[in-house]
Design a protein around this ligand. Structure first.
Ligand code: COA
Length: 319
């Protein structure tokens, strides 16, 4: 993983602004979730636009152009259209003419899923350079009259570049573990979709149940990822978790016994941006100089399905 870039829509909506049209208040949202604000797309701004801005920054940071990219995977639950994929739209926008491009859908775990798929495809000879993007206009799936869900989410995009290199050594993805369990599909889902209901639908969630599964499953999948990489939690420089709720992040920090300043937290400013949240957090910590070339990152996420996963990555490239 040699570079990262991200993009947030300009429109910032604070908790106070939300409470002018939803029965909620800043104190409740901060106390229960750690969220203070979220960025929301403007009218006419789409997931492909967010992905484009994030991807062009990641490419510039890697010293590459679209023409250097062999594979584009966008993790998104909020594509511009049912088809074609948002990834093919991005492919055209960045002029990555020869690239394979497709979307994957694993909701909030989408980024760790896409990372695993892209790495496997590069390792199996499908190209040398991949662009992995998490991009969401999640606000489009929210029921703005349901205070138990609409306060939790935001929009944005993050992108990383993966590059194969002969001298990669222990750089790049050290381990990746993914899980799915459809038995829990009813605790977090959207009540629409092309084959079940003509409408796009809205997010429905049993918050407490999701919270309970998140704390338990993220801890166990992180143990699996550490064990697969033959590493201990103490070998991790940074935890870059999915940003759903600061209480879930704090529980992971405690479980891994990491110092607080080794955990990247962006949920306060971004809220839960689903598949975009990990690359957005990574980008923030690289841009402000906390994460440096050669740091070992632990990423984890869980989403509707349920689907969940963790990846350990040595960030950057040998200098
Ligand atoms: N503003 C004010 N009050 C609210 C509210 C809001 N936005 N949303 C819910 N409440 C109220 C509830 O109606 C309830 O009131 P009651 O006690 O009178 O019935 C009270 O607050 C407690 O609600 P509850 O749902 O028990 O709160 P909670 O502590 O479980 O927190 C979540 C709710 C959603 C923040 C929490 O369950 C959570 O974060 N779950 C995980 C969600 C998640 O991460 N989803 C995405 C995974 S990718």
């Amino acid at each position: 993983m040699t570079a990262v870039g991200s993009y947030l829509p300009a429109n910032v909506v604070t908790n106070e602004a939300l409470s002018s049209f939803v029965d909620t208040d800043d104190a409740w949202i901060r106390r229960r979730t750690g969220i203070a604000q979220r960025h929301l797309v403007a009218d006419g701004e789409t997931t492909a636009d967010l992905a484009y801005h994030a991807a062009t920054k990641a490419l510039a940071n890697a010293g590459l152009t679209g023409g250097d990219i062999d594979l584009i995977i966008i993790a998104t639950t909020t594509p511009d259209n049912t088809f074609p994929s948002t990834a093919t739209k991005l492919q055209h926008m960045i002029e990555a003419k020869g690239a394979i491009a497709f979307d994957i859908q694993a909701v909030c775990a989408g980024f760790v899923y896409a990372l695993d798929i892209a790495d496997a495809m590069l390792q199996s000879g499908r190209g040398h350079r991949a662009l992995v993007v998490g991009a969401e206009s999640f606000s489009k799936l929210l029921d703005w009259e349901d205070r138990t869900t609409c306060v939790l989410f935001g929009d944005g995009a993050g992108a990383v570049v993966l590059e194969l290199a002969d001298d990669a050594g222990d750089w790049g993805i050290r381990s990746s573990v993914l899980h799915s369990d459809g038995a829990y599909r009813d605790i977090l889902y959207v009540d629409g979709g092309p084959s079940s209901n003509a409408a796009v639908g809205h997010v429905r969630m049993e918050g407490k149940e999701v919270f309970r599964h998140a704390v338990e499953k993220l801890a166990s999948v992180m143990d699996e990822a550490l064990s697969a990489a033959n590493m201990q939690a103490g070998d991790i420089d940074w935890l870059v978790p999915h940003q759903a709720n600061v209480r879930i992040i704090d529980a992971m920090q405690k479980k891994m016994d990491l110092p607080s300043d080794r955990v990247v937290r962006t949920v306060e400013q971004h809220a839960n941006t689903s598949a975009a949240s990990i690359p957005l957090a990574l980008s923030a910590a690289v841009d402000d100089g906390r994460i440096k070339n050669g740091d070992v990152l632990a990423m984890e996420a869980i989403g509707g399905g349920l689907v969940w996963g963790a990846a350990l990555v040595k960030f950057g490239r040998p200098s």
